[in-house]
Design a protein around this ligand. Structure first.
Ligand code: GDP
Ligand code: MN
Length: 398
C-alpha cells in the first residue's frame, strides 16, 4: 500500500526521524489555519504548499509552491487543490489533488541553497538483505543520477538478522561528506529511518531530498513509503491511512468481491483460475498478437456468482474487445464451471457485447463442452491452448 507524503512523514516522525513539519488541508481556508498553527509551533514565517498525490515529480509539475505570507498560502493552496497533476509517475491521465500539505519552509529563504541528499531503504531480493541506497546528489530524479553519475550512488547492505550496525550508519554519513554536528545528526537520521522501515513492515522508504540545513540539522523533506500489504493486519493505524481515491476504482471493486484483479492497458480481458495459469494466459494473449486488458484470478470456486462478478468487472474496462476464459478443472470440476458460465451469461443477457472464448480443461472437460454447446450461448468453446490462441488472434485482428 502506498502512502501520501504527509502520512509517511507521520510514521517517520514516530520513529524519531526529523521531518519537515506540516499539516494537511483540504480547502484554502484550512490551509491558512494550518499555516498559522505551524507558525505558532515552529516560529516559521515561510511555508511550502505541497500537492498530496501518490506520485513523485510534483515539484516540476507545479505541485509544490512556496508562500511567504498567509495570503499566498491561501492562493497557492487554491491553485493546487483540485488541479490534475501530470508527472512522469502519474501516467497521462494525471492525478487529481484532494489534499495539500502546508509545511514549514526549511530552506531558510535568503540563505544559500542547503545540501540535498538522496536516501532510500528497500529489500534487495537477490541478496536477501535490506539495502540503503544513498547519494550526495539529492533533489533530482535518482534514475538520472544513476545514468549520468553512477559513482555518486552508494549502497549499504544490511543483514536483517543483525540489523543496521553503527559503523554502517557512520560510513553513510562519511560518504555523504559530513563532519561534526551534521555527521552525528546523519547517523541518528539513518538509524531512525531504518527503524521506521523495519518496524512498519515497509517495502520502501524513499526520502528525496534529505536536507542539511545551514544550522546542521538533517531532515526529511519528502517521503515515499510503501507498506507490505501482507503485513497490514499488524498495523491497523497504517491500514486506516489507505486513500482509495488514489487507486484504480475497478481494482477496488474487485478486491471487495474477493477477486485478484490487476488492470492493464490491453484489449483482451481474461478470466482464469490460479495465478500461474493467469500468467501463462497473458503470455498466450501476447503471442497471439493481442494485449491483456487485465490479470484476473477468480480463485478456486468459479461458480456462477464469481464468474458473473468477473465478467462485470472485466467489462467495466471499455478497452476490452474480447474475453478469454481459461479455467482448469482440478479441484473444481470443469462442468461446474461451464454451468457457472452459462448461468452468468444468461443472467447478463444483453450486457455482454464482446466475443467470449472459453477454454475448459481437466476433470469432466467433455461434459463441460456438451453443457456449453447445449445451452446455445454464443461463446467459442475450445479445449486446447493453441486453439484458444488462434481464436483470440482471429477475433482481435478482425
Ligand atoms: P517531488 O517533486 O514530488 O519529489 O516533491 P518534493 O517534496 O521532493 O519537493 C520538490 C522540491 O521542492 C524539492 O526538491 C525542493 O527543491 C523543493 N522544496 C520542498 N520543500 C521546500 C522548502 O521548504 N523550501 C524550498 N525553498 N523548497 C522546497
Ligand atoms: Mn521528492
Amino acid at each position: 500500500m502506498n502512502l501520501h507524503e504527509y502520512q509517511g512523514k507521520e510514521i517517520l516522525s514516530r520513529s524519531g526521524v526529523r521531518v519537515q513539519r506540516g499539516y494537511v488541508a483540504t480547502t484554502p481556508e484550512e490551509a491558512v489555519e494550518a499555516a498559522k498553527k505551524l507558525a505558532d509551533e515552529t516560529g516559521t514565517g515561510f511555508w511550502v504548499v505541497k500537492a498530496q498525490v501518490h506520485a513523485g515529480g510534483r515539484g516540476k509539475a507545479g505541485g509544490v509552491k512556496l508562500a511567504k505570507n498567509l495570503d499566498e498560502v491561501y492562493e497557492k493552496a487554491k491553485q493546487i487543490l483540485g488541479m490534475t497533476l501530470v508527472t512522469p509517475q502519474t501516467g497521462k491521465k494525471g492525478k487529481k489533488v484532494h489534499q495539500v500539505l502546508i509545511a514549514e519552509d526549511v530552506y531558510y529563504p535568503g540563505e544559500s541553497k542547503p545540501e540535498e541528499y538522496y536516501m532510500s531503504v528497500m529489500l534487495n531480493r537477490e541478496k536477501g538483505q535490506n539495502m540503503i541506497m544513498y547519494s550526495p546528489e539529492g533533489g533530482m530524479n535518482i534514475e538520472e543520477v544513476a545514468e549520468k553519475k553512477p559513482e555518486k550512488i552508494f549502497l549499504e547492505y544490511i543483514d536483517p538478522a543483525h540489523g543496521l550496525q553503527d559503523f554502517q550508519a557512520r560510513r553513510i554519513a562519511f560518504n555523504l561528506g559530513l563532519s561534526g554536528q551534521a555527521f552525528k545528526e546523519m547517523v541518528k537520521f539513518v538509524k531512525a529511518l531504518y527503524k521506521a522501515y523495519t518496524q512498519n513492515d515497509a517495502s520502501l522508504f524513499e526520502i528525496n531530498p534529505v536536507l542539511k540545513t545551514s544550522d546542521n540539522k538533517i531532515l526529511a523533506v519528502d517521503s515515499k513509503v510503501v507498506i507490505d500489504n501482507n503485513a497490514l493486519f499488524r498495523h491497523p493505524d497504517i491500514a486506516a491511512m489507505r486513500d482509495i481515491r488514489e487507486e484504480n476504482p475497478i481494482e477496488v471493486e474487485a478486491k471487495e468481491a474477493g477477486l485478484n484483479y490487476v488492470a492493464l492497458d490491453g484489449n483482451v480481458g481474461c478470466m482464469v483460475n490460479g495465478a500461474g495459469l493467469a500468467m501463462a494466459t497473458m503470455d498466450l494473449i501476447k503471442q497471439s498478437g493481442g494485449e491483456p486488458a487485465n490479470f484476473l484470478d477468480v480463485g478456486g470456486t468459479a461458480d456462477a456468482e464469481r464468474v458473473e462478478k468477473g465478467f462485470r468487472i472485466i467489462l467495466k474496462d471499455p478497452k476490452v474487445k474480447a474475453i478469454l476464459v481459461n479455467i482448469f478443472g482440478g479441484i473444481v470440476r470443469a462442468d461446474r464451471v461451464a454451468q457457472g458460465i452459462v448461468d452468468a451469461y444468461n443472467n447478463m443477457k444483453g450486457e455482454i457485447h464482446v466475443p467470449i472464448i472459453v477454454r475448459l480443461q481437466g476433470t469432466n472437460a467433455d461434459k463441460a463442452k456438451e453443457l456449453i454447446e447445449k445451452s446455445g450461448i454464443p461463446v467459442h468453446f475450445v479445449t486446447e491452448f493453441k486453439e484458444a490462441a488462434d481464436k483470440v488472434k482471429a477475433l482481435v485482428s478482425a
